[in-house]
Design a protein around this ligand. Structure first.
Ligand SMILES: [Zn+2]
Length: 470
């Protein structure tokens, strides 16, 4: 069955159909680098990285873009408070962001564009919006004219009229309508600024994401992700700006992760329940934090508490101790007997079905625990047959295989070697393709046969060659 994902835009689960077969473009709204990112921000960074790695595991060619917002009101305020430049604030917390995602075993995105590296493109997009009547200038500021874009509100399910009448009286009364939002802000004294047709100023936050996503993924791309709190107004505004300028559909699937509470309450500095990811990762092992997030469906709200972390740790310990027992019983380097167990195959199938069903990691992990249970039943037996050993090895291999995207096992030598193995196979297939073009059939077939002996099955079709482990 094809992968199904819940699309916030349509409000239902849909079959995932990439724009280009076999390829996926994903954009996630990244951090505003004015401080260390908090545990709530860690959720989308961690979960969407897992989904992106899962899609690669499912043989999609994924391009994953996570921006860095390095110019914003919050950065300016921080710089003023600390008597440093905005650039210094940005550098410090951009470095911290990359360090922290690494600690959480989040892989580097394929592209991490900085907003300040894309100012000319932002100015161009704003010019286009002014030219086609979607934006207007007022004394050096530029605003998006929300009324000019009738679908506004589709993503968040809000109605423009309700929003207009409900909008509080704006401080800025020069605007045509209260909902109109800033695309360009004129510089106040001492603020960082860039030259533009409207004078010196800086971009608004929303335009940054429209520009950086379209630059790296195209005017229409597959998946845009972020926290549920970004649906309105940020993502709504991104759609209005992008589609207002290009007149093509901006994003095909909108994915949003649920809120994170701490001990049942909204996280806030004033309540004293505010934790940075840096603090959390200093306290708990990254695998435990990953398991904590995986145990909940990404769209559900999640409660960060000692109790839940303890559950995640216990769950992980059960897996690790079972794998240790398997290693003790049959040796780490033991080779796999190829007789495949129905039971393991069935559960692997169910694991994949759960992941394919809107990335239901909670259900997928439950399937892994059925494997743990089966392994422990075998381990407890008085006599262990060769067939039992073969099942245990298959179970172990399954954990190593899925760990390439879950990254929950301590010490990752095994998973790293598996990632490399895939890259080597791809390289061999590339050489084989060249050989076939040159009609060197004997050598090409030799590669196929030798891979086959190593239990790598390859299939040729008009769309190219695919491989799988037998
Ligand atoms: Zn964004």
């Amino acid at each position: 069955m094809a992968i199904q994902i819940y699309n916030t835009y349509t409000g239902r689960k849909e079959e995932f159909k990439p724009i280009q077969p076999g390829k996926v473009g994903i954009y996630l709204c990244g951090p505003t680098v004015y401080d260390y990112f908090h545990i709530g921000n860690a959720r989308p960074l961690l979960m969407f990285d897992i989904f992106r790695r899962y899609l690669s595991y499912r043989h999609y060619d994924v391009k994953y873009v996570v921006n860095v917002t390095d110019i914003d009101d919050k950065l300016i305020k921080k710089a003023q408070e600390e008597h440093v430049t905005v650039g210094e604030v940005a550098r410090k917390f951009t470095d911290a962001y990359f360090e922290d995602i690494k600690k959480l075993r989040i892989e580097q995105p394929d592209v991490s564009p900085r907003a300040t590296d894309h100012i000319p493109e932002m100015i161009d997009l704003i010019k286009r919006l002014i030219a086609n009547g979607h934006a207007y200038e007022l004394d050096g500021d530029v605003y998006f004219r929300v009324r000019s874009y009738p679908p506004y509100g589709r993503l968040s399910g809000k109605n423009i009229d309700d929003l207009q009448s409900g909008a509080r009286v704006e401080v800025d009364e020069r605007k045509e309508a209260p909902l109109d939002f800033a695309l360009w802000k004129s510089a106040k004294p001492g603020e960082p600024h860039w030259d533009s047709p409207w004078g010196q100023g800086r971009p608004g936050w929303h335009i940054e994401c429209s520009v950086m996503s379209m630059k790296y993924l195209g005017e229409n791309f597959d998946i845009h992700a972020g926290g549920v709190d970004l649906i309105f107004p940020h993502h709504e505004n991104e759609i209005a700006q992008s589609e207002g300028a290009t007149h093509v559909k901006f994003v095909n699937y909108w994915l949003h992760n649920g809120f994170l509470n701490v001990e049942g309450e909204k996280m806030s500095k004033s309540l004293g329940n505010f934790f940075t990811a840096r603090e959390i990762v200093a306290k708990y092992r990254p695998e435990v934090i990953r398991m904590f997030f995986l145990l909940k469906h990404y769209r559900s709200p999640i409660n960060f508490s000692e109790e839940r972390i303890c559950e995640a740790r216990q769950a992980l310990e059960r897996i690790v101790s079972t794998l240790d027992s398997i290693n003790t019983l049959i040796g780490v380097g033991a080779d796999i007997d190829r007789s495949e167990s129905e039971f393991v195959r069935g559960l692997k199938q169910e694991f994949i079905e759960a992941m394919d069903d809107d990335f239901n990691t909670a259900l997928a992990i439950a399937k892994l625990f059925e494997l743990v249970k089966e392994a422990n039943l075998i381990i407890a037996k008085e006599t262990i047959t060769e067939n039992d050993k073969s099942i245990l090895m298959e179970i172990r291999e399954t954990f190593y295989e899925y760990n390439t995207f879950l990254s929950i096992l301590p010490g990752e030598q095994k998973s790293d070697s598996m990632v490399n193995e895939g890259a080597y196979i791809d390289l061999l297939l590339e050489i084989r393709r060249e050989l076939r073009i040159k009609q060197e059939w004997k050598l090409a077939d030799q590669i196929r046969d030798r891979l086959n002996e190593l239990n790598i099955e390859i299939k040729d079709s008009k769309d190219g060659t695919i491989w799988r482990r037998k």
